[in-house]
Design a protein around this ligand. Sequence first.
Ligand code: ADP
Ligand code: MG
Length: 450
Amino acid sequence: MAWKCIIPSCYKTESHMVESTKKVVSKQTSLQRLSLSDVNDPSSPMLVDDLSNSLIGPKLQVFSLAELKDITNNFSWSNLLGEGGFGPVYKGFFHDKFRPGLEAQPVAVKLLDLDGLQGHREWLAEIIFLGQLRHPNLVKLIGYCCEEEHRLLVYDYMARGSLENQLFRTGYSASMPWSTRMKIAYGAAKGLAFLHEADNPVIYRDFKTSNILLDADYTPKLSDFGLAKDGPEGEDTHVSTTRIIGTQGYAAPEYIMTGHLTTKSDVYGYGVVLLELLTGKRSIDRNRPNREQSLVAWARPFLKDPQKLYRVMDPKLEGQFSAKGAQRATALAYKCLSRRPNCRPTMTDVTNILEPLLELDDWCFVPFVYIAPPPDRDENVSKDYSSINEKEIESEEEKDANEENTGRRGGRGRGWRHRIKSTMSFVTYSDMSLYKKFGDNLEASNNCVD
Ligand SMILES: Nc1ncnc2c1ncn2[C@@H]1O[C@H](COP(=O)(O)OP(=O)(O)O)[C@@H](O)[C@H]1O
Ligand SMILES: [Mg+2]
């Protein structure tokens, strides 16, 4: 395998190699997780050959391109499982004599799109993080391939694909039941909490439904660590980034404004996914009426008020959910989506709140009746014309929708709002996602009032 492709030629001096080997050895003896900066840092380049040996945890397999072509039917279209910003993912199969020590099993092979925006760095990040972190709610990385410019990753195959495909699939298939949604919300929270609580915390950075995979019994597994980052070190409160990378609709507002990443940025993304699970709606949908295009902006006013719960819950659940569970889960989503990072719970808090909800069985079985809005109105919010103060909802909705959709808040004289001039350079990319350029003044709130 051509390791040299990983190391910039200018660093290939003998002394550097000696230094790098020493580093690897010391890492191994202390059993400290190798960090991305250890391998990416130009001042201490590292031979990729050493990489598979120096990662802690079960040894990763190194595959040849020919082997992976062979098991995926030459990357056949019929084996395609999905595609994101890194490239296409194909189903493959290890037969029983494929390689000693490898059991016969289906696998997923992710192939770098050489014309795409991602590359070696994202490939390496997946190896560094998924190769060393093992947890029941993280997908298992089996191995990788690096030949010339080709970069591939091989994972356990997840029979039910991504949460995105399961939750938003159209057609006549049954909608995902409440208990499955809660199982997924809880498991995904455990995976994220594990990353945040690690000795060297990891910021996942791209939490969204297409990056949560489901195995045969709907156990969720976080995958796609291409954008993950090591958390702040020492006294630092955040990791500074110069490029805002993530996915619109999931990225935390303060991260978009300042480029400052913390574990609380992941909590915001988690809140968006929880909201998608509760509402059955995508975080951004340009096909929805204007004020509903951003799910967070539309739903936020309803989340803090149990009386308005019926406005957000997925009609496809047909009222079959725990009333108490839904109330607590929407209140939790509201907290996770707080504009103030410090007011968001930690992911461990989230798991503690969600765990008891798995047992609740106070199903409400309230039939949800959808009444189509009059054709001349630019909205399709379901109405039941009961005791709602329509005016109040409208004004709250409008306020939030305007704030989220324009990226501006305020101008209404609230003392706790401060203007922040964004100074970031925004070169952005990710999984088929949209990125916004924020050059304008943006505002952030300064306390926990949303
Ligand atoms: N291990 C897997 N098992 C089954 N499907 C997978 C697996 N890994 C990825 N996929 C499918 O491929 C899609 C893209 O994978 P992902 O790792 O997110 O790629 P990218 O880094 O390009 O975003 C997922 O949303 C999912 O549909
Ligand atoms: Mg992805």
